[in-house]
Design a protein around this ligand. Structure first.
Ligand code: ADP
Ligand code: MG
Length: 313
């Protein structure tokens, strides 16, 4: 039945989507999500993340390219492809007249899960919704609805769970619960794909991160590699006397006065090191009292890469 022998959980080749109005949301994206990973799909608003995920979900028709889920081509074996993936959409949509328990049972029915293998209560419990099992969906808070969507995505026990901006508008406690659940699924071997705006979150959770911008893939790296790609380094230096003027040196990318005795300096760590930066200040007769540095995070990488991609376009 498998049409394609691959170790990828998801394989996307040259995926294209042009919407009816002419908007090109995906412009030839190729991407492989390895099995067993937590994979982050990052990108600014309008980048094409939901379009990509909705194509995998069978909610949006692609206009070009190929996608394979757990070895099943979505065009050739759509049912098998669908059975291999659970998707939590960005938009919350529910029938308000069903209870959470009924919602899960109906979903299990749609996926042909036999009664004895259903685990509606277990899923509700995992999502801290057991006391809401018999409440109408319309009475649930936004956060509860989102958790119910996660449970709904898992009724058929797929090997892949995809979450599209799962923490947008979700409070911190709930976010933590959600990540605990995601981690426990991951520990059981489920491949996780998530899109998020929260770069720190992707950095903390994901083994690998892909970045898309304007429908194009601009990065796809192990998280550690991606973080290492941030070349801009920022330091704050406190000196031993009031500054008469802002010092100048070739090794500074940018230098600003924070107050009379503190300078904020940005430099490229691929060109110079901290010692050279401090030496340049000392050469101006300044004594160094204190230095604080900030580790580059994904925010830096993301900004640098999108800036570079925009400049190249
Ligand atoms: P993201 O999820 O990264 O924010 P989307 O995939 O939702 O991005 O959108 C990508 C682009 O496609 C945006 O410019 C958006 O306005 C456009 N778009 C999304 N859905 C539709 C649609 N149904 N019809 C027309 N354009 C759409
Ligand atoms: Mg989106």
């Amino acid at each position: 039945m498998r049409c394609d022998m691959t170790d990828a959980a998801i394989l996307i080749e040259d995926l294209e989507k042009t919407y009816a109005g002419g908007k090109r949301a995906l412009d030839g994206v190729s991407l492989e999500v390895p099995r067993g990973q937590i994979f982050g799909l990052l990108g600014p608003n309008g980048a094409g993340k939901s379009t990509l995920i909705n194509i995998l979900a069978g909610l949006v028709n692609k206009t070009g390219g190929r996608a394979t889920i757990w070895g099943f081509d979505i065009d050739v074996h759509p049912r098998n492809a669908k059975a291999s993936i659970g998707i939590v959409p960005q938009e919350i949509i529910f029938d308000p007249f069903f209870t959470p328990f009924e919602t899960l049972e109906i979903q299990a029915g749609l996926y042909g899960v036999p009664k004895e293998r259903r685990r509606s209560m277990e899923l509700l419990r995992a999502m801290h919704l057991e006391d809401k099992a018999r409440a109408y969906s319309r009475t649930l808070s936004g956060g509860m609805k989102r958790r119910l969507l996660v449970a709904k995505a898992m009724v058929h026990s797929p090997p892949i769970l995809v979450l599209d901006e799962p923490t947008a508008g979700v409070d911190i406690e709930l976010r933590q619960q959600l990540w605990d659940y995601v981690r426990s699924l991951h520990a059981e071997g489920v491949t996780i794909v998530l899109t998020t705006h929260y770069l720190e979150e992707a950095e903390e959770l994901c083994d690998r991160i892909a970045i898309i911008n304007h429908g194009r893939l601009i990065a796809n790296e192990a998280t550690r590699t991606l973080v290492g790609m941030a070349q801009e380094k920022a330091v704050e230096v406190t000196v031993d006397r009031d500054l008469a003027a802002i010092p100048a040196a070739d090794c500074f990318d940018k230098i600003e006065m924070v107050n009379e005795r503190t300078l904020a300096i940005t430099y490229r760590k691929d060109r110079v090191n901290a010692g050279e930066v401090l030496a340049a200040l000392q050469k101006d007769g300044l004594g160094i009292v204190d230095v604080s540095t900030r580790e580059a995070d994904l925010e830096d990488v993301f900004l640098n890469l999108t800036r570079a991609a925009n400049a190249a376009a």
